[in-house]
Structures are given as structure tokens and as C-alpha cells.
Write a new protein. Structure first.
Lengths: 249, 249
DNA sequence: CGTTCGTCTTGACCCAGATCAAGGCGTGCC
DNA sequence: GGCACGCCTTGATCTGGGTCAAGACGAACG
């Protein structure tokens, strides 16, 4: 994992005698706070976190084949992961929003199996994985959380694998973004698409032109309002209905 | 996880004074043996394994929504996992051969997120997950192996998600089966397709007719020889070349 | 302020693979 | 044996979304 030299600092601990605080992203993604650790343990947990960034648009966080040393939670911004095939064509694997964790698929190989790039200005909470695994042997709550995170991603990866129409994929994509933003306290109905149409298309296994056409049609049908990268979900009801097969509900 | 009452027994321990043995499937999938445990630890590891089966063709091992209690390694036979959408259409998620582990995606939810059914006569090594997680806190090697297994599956799930042609998908499917059989000591070039054409098609997001046609064409081109469910890979070279984008190599 | 470049849209056409239809072929059961 | 039912194959046709081509629109920059 590449770290911009301009900002690399340990997670600042607010140690005011009685309490230690994690930033909300660390807390959210590692769920450390839920498990009732004592102060010594909290201090240990703190040292494995490092706040890094900002990565600016287009800057890589890690590249395929690099040695795996850390997973990271997104604090702000959007990260795209992708691979390139033998003909140099890009395949987008996922978009990671604030609170979401990148790098998990690297554990099994010891190397990152894909590239991760910032789509806008990105701040990360970086967790040294060897340290984390070592701590996990003494903190069952942390181990359980790691198992959960890993297992979750297996399920997520299976979603877009299905045999769905362009409309279903697009609806699922929008509903998913909406929910994920909402989970972190952002608006569920208005947000910015931080990725290009080409990225969306590639992720959904469509052509960029199809993305454009589907969005246009969704707007004509009163499902959404879209202007360049700003989008508003108007009829969440019907969008969710369209997405239900993809999202499995 | 449903266990056929006719056969449910603890992993028989060959405790001949000095050594404990795992069945090769347990050893292979849990990698317990690699980690230099002492005898007391090995005994603990043994009790979390249970050999169950046979499940006969069509019999379910677990169903979507059931409470998660165990992961399992396939000892013999083939397991298919699938989900059903709102219109009752099946979506095949994967096929699991001897040595492979089912149930990992259930960890995050505490419930199985899909159905698992035996495609032929299936024997399993069943690992109680709560017990395993508890042991893992004391056995770093076991924890690491669990992390590896989980992380591996994230990568696997991403494979068939890509934007590939029917030929590429089919070639990748055959090469993947071949390698997975070879890894467990079976022939890499001749094996039996234990699933129907419809299952293969569904898994590869094709129509059954397309599977039939592609296999036929592969045979005419001298890549394979296929007769009903028996298949022989003739030109592994060219098949692998066809599959290289899907398999990422 | 105009130029440029990347991004996005829109239309026309095309094709891989789906769907529909019609058997063939093994296997198990009466 | 012969009947029936899955499973598989093969051919004919159709279509969702890809591809190609041609701009439109904005943001960044001189």
C-alpha cells in the first residue's frame, strides 16, 4: 500500500485520562468499540491504525501484485478497484465509499490481486494486517469482526455476477449507493456519482452508451432526476422493486 | 446444516499412542497439520470435526435462511450452491469439489445466504464454526487459514462476474474443474461433469443450448472430447489460452 | 474569452447469444 | 420389453445491448 508522504500520522489518541476515542470510521469499520475492551487493549488497538491521505484523484492506493501489508477503511472520498486483462482492458471490481474496507481479497495471496485508485480526494484509516491478526488472537471480538467483513465481501461479489438486465443492474447500483451513503449519515436520495459513466458501465458489464440511455429512460419514467454527476432518486419504491432480484430481497 | 441421521459420527481418531491423524480432506482444507501443534491441541482440533453423510443426489445440505452453525469440507461428491429469485428462477452460485469448503459466506449473517444441494453421493467433514472460531483465538495457524479461505472466496466470486464470451467462460470452467480435480489427485484431463447442462449454463450465465453448442464446437476444433457427462481435455494449451482472461493469468 | 480535451449523449446498425420448436437418446420403471 | 420422462442436441428466428459515428456540453487553461 502506497502512502502519500505528505500525510502519514498515527491515529491521534484523545487520551484525556479516562477515555480513548477512535475516529468514527475506525469505530464503524472495526467495531472495536462494541466489545468492551479495557484501556490497555484500546491503546493496543489504537496503535495499529494510521490515518493516511489525502490521495488525490487518479492516485493509486495499491497496485496489483504489490505485497500485502494492510487493509484500510475509507474515511472520505471514493475508491475504485479494478484489474486489467491481457489486452489491457480494465475491469472495475468495485467502488468503496466512506466506512467501507479495501484490501480484504489480498489476504489469501499475500499480494494485492487488484489495483485501487482514488476517484476524488480520499482519506483512509490504514490497519496493519499482521498486527491486526496478532491482536485478533487475543481479542475474540476483533477476530469475529474480521470474519464478518471477509464473509460479507464473498456475498457482495456474488451480486453483480447474476444474469440481469441493464435496468435491473442500474437500479440495483443506484439503490445500493443510496443505502450505503445513508448508512454513513449522508442523504439517501441525493448524491453525487463520483465515477464516470464509463466506470459505472464497466462495473455493471454494460457499454457506457447503455448507461446513458438507461439513466435517461429512468428520468423520463420519473424514477430519478439526473444532471451530469448529480443524481436524485425520486421513486425509491419502484427503483427498489426493479433491483429486488439483484439485491436479493 | 441438515445432517442425515443415518451417518453422523465424530472424526475417528487414530490415536495409536504417538500420533493423531486427520482424514486427508480435513488436513487439506483446514491445513491443521502444517502448523506444528502439540498433541493436546491436535486432540482439540479433532473434536470439532464430524464426518457426515452420505447425502444422496438431490438432498439438501443447508437451505437459505437456516441458522448458520457449521462450515464443511467436501470429502467426496459434488455440492451445488444456488439461490432462487422472486420469480422462482434458480441462480447457480458455485460447484464444490472434494477438498473445497462450503458455508463461508454464511458467517457474516449468521444464516446461510443460499441453498446447498448434493449433485451425487456426498460425504462431508463438518466443522462447528463457533468452536472453530474459539479455537482459532488460541491457534494462530488456524486463524490464518480461516482468513485465507475467506479471502480466497472473495477472489473466486469475482471471476465469473466479468464480461466474457461464451467460449471464454466455458473454457475457464473446464480448465478450473481440471485444476481443482488435479489438486486432489484426480485426473486433470478426464473427468465427469456431475452437473447437468442446465446447471452449467446457469452458472456461466448462458442458455443450456449455448453450452451444448460451445461444447460441440470445442470438440470439432479438437479441444475436447465429450460424451454425455464424460469429458476429456485434449488441447489444454489452447483451452487455457482461451480461459486466460477469465482466470487472470 | 476562445480553445481544447475529456465526458456524456443520441442515433443507426449489428451480432452473440437467447428463445422457440422439434426431435434423439438413455435410463429407470411397470 | 416398451413406455415415459429427463436430459441433451440441433436448427430457425429474434432481440437486448454492443459498436460505430457524430456531435454537445463543461471545466480547465492559456
Amino acid at each position: 500500500m502506497t502512502v502519500p508522504p505528505r500525510l502519514r500520522r498515527p491515529n491521534p489518541i484523545a487520551d484525556d485520562g479516562d477515555e480513548l476515542h477512535f475516529c468514527s470510521t475506525c469505530a464503524f469499520s472495526s467495531a472495536c468499540l462494541d466489545s468492551g475492551y479495557d484501556k490497555a487493549q484500546l491503546r493496543e488497538l489504537h496503535v495499529l491504525v494510521e490515518h493516511v491521505g489525502p490521495y488525490k484523484e487518479g492516485e493509486h492506493i495499491f497496485r496489483e501484485g504489490e505485497e500485502f501489508n494492510a487493509i484500510a477503511a475509507v474515511r472520505s472520498g471514493t475508491v475504485k478497484t479494478y484489474v486489467t486483462d491481457t489486452e489491457g482492458r480494465e475491469q472495475v471490481q468495485g467502488f468503496f465509499l466512506p466506512g467501507e474496507v479495501i484490501g480484504l481479497s489480498a489476504i489469501s495471496q499475500g499480494r494485492y490481486p487488484c489495483n485501487a485508485v482514488a476517484l476524488d480526494s480520499v482519506m483512509l484509516c490504514r490497519f496493519s494486517f499482521p498486527t491486526m491478526a496478532a491482536l485478533a488472537t487475543r481479542m475474540p471480538g476483533l477476530q469475529a469482526q474480521l470474519f464478518r467483513l471477509l464473509s460479507q465481501d464473498i456475498g457482495k461479489a456474488a451480486l453483480l455476477a447474476g444474469n440481469y438486465s441493464a435496468d435491473e443492474r442500474m437500479a440495483a447500483f443506484l439503490v445500493s449507493l443510496s443505502r450505503r451513503y445513508a448508512a454513513r449519515g449522508f442523504s439517501a436520495s441525493r448524491f453525487r456519482l463520483t465515477m464516470t459513466r464509463a466506470d459505472i458501465a464497466n462495473y455493471l458489464r454494460l457499454a457506457a452508451e447503455s448507461v446513458s440511455r438507461v439513466l435517461r429512460r429512468f428520468q423520463n419514467d420519473g424514477l430519478i432526476r439526473v444532471e451530469r454527476r448529480d443524481i436524485e432518486l425520486i421513486d425509491r419504491e419502484r427503483l427498489t422493486a426493479l433491483a429486488r432480484n439483484v439485491l436479493r430481497e
